[in-house]
Design a protein around this ligand. Structure first.
Ligand SMILES: Cc1cc2nc3c(=O)[nH]c(=O)nc-3n(C[C@H](O)[C@H](O)[C@H](O)COP(=O)(O)O)c2cc1C
Length: 250
């Protein structure tokens, strides 16, 4: 059934889509629970594999959010220091294991050569916006650490996917997350998806009763954006030409 749209033009819709950008500095202003409920409802209008919706969301706010953040920051402080220091410290980390990723170790794997330049570009341009000079690892680590205070957002959503559906579960969760982030955007909220928080699933499970068949995909920080210049950062967009593949016999 075609949607009878007399509310906004297709151009206005495209403009709305392109006006969403990741937020990396939030105000402490609380988000009313009914708005969180609404954006979660909107997330469930996305398409899904056989309508299975193979995902779960843990909504962390208040004391739970603070406890998770505190533990993440403590682990990051150990991990980031040890990643930079000599062999003896690395061995000590291996021995104590505190700070080592407990889930999704793969996210620290290097990017393949086809994708690496894109990741490098967004990193370089974002650090330029922040005034962090190339090679300043301390400043980079400090910026990365902000992931673990959820960039100051009062709400962090942890997205879990059902293990059985593999890539289709992640794809469904991606569609759900896109609806959620756009709904949040329409409510004047900012969001930032965060793979960075997927490495210590045990910390989240200590606070939430997540069923065994699910694994942590990523987090999403939700809150009201501050007027920090980092929130004006515009990540590069691909051309459609780079998206599509050519017919073999063109
Ligand atoms: C699954 C996923 C994980 C992400 N993880 C992080 C993260 O850990 N930290 C971060 O600052 N941004 C993270 N991002 C945000 C991307 O860097 C951002 O979406 C991309 O650079 C495009 O910019 P835009 O969202 O402003 O359009 C993540 C995005 C996605 C979809």
């Amino acid at each position: 059934m075609a949607y009878a749209n007399n509310k906004f033009t297709a151009e206005e819709f495209s403009e709305f889509l392109s006006s969403r950008r990741s937020t990396r500095d939030f105000l402490p202003t609380p988000v009313p629970p009914e708005i969180i409920e609404k954006i979660l409802q909107d997330s469930l209008t996305a398409p899904s594999w056989s309508n299975t919706r193979p995902f779960k969301v843990a909504v962390a706010s208040g004391d739970i959010r603070d406890r998770i953040s505190e533990e993440f920051l403590s682990r990051w402080s150990v991990l980031s220091t040890i990643m930079r220091k000599g062999l003896r410290n690395k061995l000590r980390l291996l021995y104590s294991r505190y700070g080592l990723p407990t889930s999704n170790r793969l996210i620290v794997k290097p990017y393949p050569s086809e994708l690496k330049p894109r990741a490098q570009r967004v990193g370089r341009e974002m650090y330029e916006t922040l005034g962090v000079v190339r090679g300043d690892r301390t400043a980079r680590d400090q910026q990365w650490a902000k992931n673990y205070s959820f960039f100051g957002a009062p709400v962090e959503l942890f997205v879990y996917v059902h293990k059985s559906l593999h890539i289709y579960a992640a794809s469904d969760a991606g569609l759900m997350m896109q609806n959620l982030t756009l709904s949040a955007h329409a409510h004047g909220l900012g969001t930032c998806a965060q793979g960075a928080v997927a490495i210590w699933d045990d910390v989240v499970r200590k606070e939430f009763d997540v069923p065994d068949g699910y694994r942590l995909l990523c987090g999403i920080a939700v809150g009201y954006p501050s007027d920090s210049s980092i929130n004006d950062f515009k990540a590069h967009r691909l051309e459609v030409e780079e998206l599509t593949v050519k017919p073999r016999n063109a």
